[in-house]
Design a protein around this ligand. Structure first.
Ligand code: AMP
Ligand code: MG
Length: 339
């Protein structure tokens, strides 16, 4: 015994975990915040037309109020309630990639609460390609504003149990589904400019987008100084687990650790590794790496790992989105000192 008082849970958790789409939709229609499975990561949804309900999302996440939310819908008739107009580029991308891991940014409808768009004159729209998400959105019958279901700055949850870790007692209901298929967030494309701009890399690759709109630009290649203002979420600390994250080209770079230091490794090959990690995740290729990354971060946290070594991947296809998340999670990323 170390003399510390023991933590005793005095009240049962207040969050209901369910597989019932109807029950979850009832919570949402009554103004509650509901976590839902999608193919990218789990989301934290509320009625997008109800400002009070949307404010509850920001409270549950501890999310800065200047970071806008993506509106989710399956019934395309609801688009007119949230968007003022749909530019031709957005129409093309929606036809090609909805339902799927893509968000298009379009001019917002005046009736959409300011809380959703963080005061911007645009709104992000996504139609998820997950059957439980689709059934839930249909049962809700309203556009659903939903960021990822993590506390702000933390890795996104890719399973319902990860949502419980993040949100137990903070929201009324979690709708259960399986593990997220993609494991990384949606690709966000701003369609309000003549040449659409990728604001966030994600589940739809740039190569696939360019097959539909060859002139599409990437935010890092853009020269205009107003880009950070157009993509408010990207300036914040993101995806960071408690252990230190270090990126390596290959496992041979991992230094020898003092005994007692717990460390983990995730990558496509452990060739050249000099010792056995406390936790390891070897993946056959990039899509599996993407699917498992945030889950592995949580496995390492629970195991008391202090350093996670992540092998870099080539920046093409889904590898671009994966490298973006790895770099933001890495402990030497500039945003880590910002919040
Ligand atoms: P999250 O859903 O938490 O993974 O984050 C949603 C991302 O989409 C954040 O990076 C937001 O800044 C971005 N986003 C949402 N709506 C807009 C918008 N209207 N304009 C620009 N970026 C947006
Ligand atoms: Mg997020």
């Amino acid at each position: 015994m170390d003399g510390e008082p023991r933590l005793v849970k005095t009240s049962p958790p207040t969050t209901r975990v369910t597989t019932s789409v109807c029950l979850a939709a009832n919570y949402l229609r009554a103004g509650g915040v509901v976590a839902l499975p999608t193919e990218t990561v789990y989301g934290l949804g509320a009625d997008a037309m109800n400002a009070k309900a949307v404010r509850a999302i920001f409270r549950a996440k501890g999310r800065p109020s200047d970071n806008p939310l993506i509106v989710h819908l399956t019934d395309m008739a609801l688009v007119d309630r949230v968007a003022r107009r749909i530019p031709a580029s957005a129409e093309k991308l929606m036809a090609a990639f909805f339902p799927g891991p893509l968000t298009v940014i379009v001019p917002n409808h005046r009736d959409l609460p300011l809380e959703v768009t963080a005061g911007l004159d645009t709104v992000g729209i996504r139609c998820p390609g997950h059957p439980v998400a689709a059934a839930f959105l249909t049962a809700c019958g309203t556009p659903v504003a939903a960021p990822s279901a993590n506390r702000s700055g933390r890795p996104s949850p890719t399973s319902w149990s990860a949502v419980v870790e993040e949100m137990d007692g903070r929201i009324p209901c979690i709708l259960k589904g399986g593990a997220a298929r993609v494991g990384l967030e949606s690709t966000v494309v701003d369609c309000t400019t003549a040449r659409p701009l990728v604001l966030r890399q994600g589940g739809v690759t740039v190569e696939a987008l360019r097959e539909v709109i060859p002139s599409i630009r990437l935010v890092s290649a853009a020269t205009s100084g107003d880009e950070p203002a157009r993509s408010p979420g990207m300036k914040y600390r993101h995806y960071a687990p408690k252990p230190t994250v270090v990126l390596v080209e290959n496992a041979a770079e991992i230094p020898k650790h003092r005994s007692g230091v717990r460390w983990g490794f995730i990558g496509c090959t452990d060739e050249g590794i000099r010792a056995k990690p406390d936790r390891a995740c070897l993946v056959p290729e990039v899509p599996t790496y993407a699917q498992k990354l945030f889950h592995f971060f949580r496995v390492c946290e629970r195991a008391g790992v202090q350093v996670i070594y992540c092998q870099k991947v080539p920046e093409r296809g889904l590898g671009r989105a994966l490298m973006d998340r790895l770099q933001r999670a890495a402990s030497d990323h500039p945003t880590h000192s910002a919040t």
